[in-house]
Design a protein around this ligand. Structure first.
Ligand code: ZN
Length: 216
């Protein structure tokens, strides 16, 4: 995750025996996230309202009514406690893997409550591309096999890896609109220029070029 402006998708859930049971999702306002070593510093983005700034920063002004959080969040899903204004820091709860985006936990540095869980956009796809590159460049003999139930394209980084290992064929098993397909990029194939202007090449296009087929 890089420094930038994010909207947290809050999963309201219960932590039971170490596994998170999701109850519902809520989108937060925008936050500016800054990486600081292992931690993420989260501050309200400057283009959100004063009201939201007040609730996300450390408590700077007195409000003894105790009603503020309730007023701002009627269903009570965002804040459970009335006596803490909460200062959120984000920690990686779960690293991205090729099938699931990384999950950040928003933890209050004042009271320790976990206030939110949010997915890091595109982190699963990035993990998938890295796994593909690793398996293409790995020292093992024979063709590289890349299997995915979720993704339907490579970026230029993967084709660069393929070009570095011209002796190795690369087979991709993937799912497209519910159907499983396989396509093999033969050893030594010219893969330069397969990515379009946006820097990606869809597996359906690879299928046309290298004559893939359905497998179920
Ligand atoms: Zn707190």
């Amino acid at each position: 995750m890089e420094t930038g402006i994010y909207k947290a998708t809050v999963i309201v859930g219960k932590n039971e025996g170490g596994s998170l049971t999701t109850v519902s999702f809520t989108d937060s306002s925008l936050y500016h996230v800054t990486k600081d070593g292992e931690n993420y510093i989260v501050a309200p983005s400057s283009d959100i309202s004063d009201k939201d700034v007040g609730r996300a920063e450390d408590k700077t002004e007195s409000d003894e009514s105790g009603q503020r959080d309730g007023q701002q969040d009627e269903d009570g899903s965002f804040y459970e406690r009335q006596d803490c204004t909460h200062s959120i820091e984000y920690e990686i709860q779960q690293e991205a893997d090729p099938e699931q985006d990384a999950v950040l936990a928003g933890v209050c540095s004042l009271c320790g409550d976990v206030l939110s869980y949010s997915y890091v956009p595109n982190s699963a796809y990035a993990a998938f591309l890295l796994e593909a590159v690793k398996s293409i460049l790995s020292a093992q003999e024979g063709e590289a096999l890349i299997e995915t139930q979720r993704w339907v394209s490579f970026n230029q980084m993967v084709f660069d890896a393929i070009s570095q290992r011209p002796e190795r064929a690369v087979t991709v098993n993937y799912r497209y609109k519910g159907t499983l397909y396989t396509v093999t990029i033969p050893a030594g194939a010219d893969v330069a220029g397969l990515c379009g202007e946006r820097g990606f090449c869809g597996f359906r296009y690879l299928d046309q070029i290298f004559e893939g087929r359905e497998i179920g």
